[in-house]
Ligand binder design. Sequence first.
Ligand code: 1GP
Length: 247
Amino acid sequence: MKNLILTHILANTGKGGKQLAVLIDPDSISDEAMLVNTCKMSTAAGADLILVGGSLITNGFFERCISIIKEQTDIPVILFPGNIMQIDEHADSILFLSLISGRNPDMLIGKHVLAAPMLKKSQLEVIPTGYMLIDGGNITSVSYMSNTTPIPADKSSIAACTALAGEMLGLRTIYMDAGSGAKQPIPEKLIREVKQHISIPLFVGGGIRTPEAAKAAAQAGADIVVVGNAIEKDPSLIAKLVDAVKS
Ligand code: 1GP
């Protein structure tokens, strides 16, 4: 299986480079023009990655969403699936998420057994990822839908040991998420402690709404800062977020 995107992420992380990932939730796209605009803005701003996924897709726009993104931009498209229905081989790769902050066996391995044969047949690059939910001050869709309890935001050592165990199990990246629309983004102290314990790339997202918050996450140790909601509301923010993360 090709490893182009992970290799690129590792090369960047190895040099201390920071990346911005634009998260597109197909369920939040009200019209195709809006999606085309987000792709154009992402390309012009130099965003590094586009993640596609959501807790629930009710508008049937998943496959079409990916094909529009692929038509509009050369930025790598990574699936960030909320469930096993969100697999489309027109994307470039998939974060194969094991929800290691939770104790729901279905999210740790169960869904993966169902998805594995589909992924094996596809051309998608599979990136094994330890997915960790951190409490962002409100109950988010992902915590409700996954039936798991997030790690408390002031328990940095639990987060650090969880990420370390994920790396020891062979996972290739860690994604720490306060959940889409979190009241509070993940505290810098927690990001810093997790980063000190692992050597694999670290995605951080959830509740990041401003260039300042994106910069703070990157400086604390996030290798890839993920922003969704704020960009949906104002795509012109992408350029400022890219500048902030890379500055
Ligand atoms: C959610 O980490 C992502 O899974 C992004 O969150 O939509 O709050 O930016 P936001």
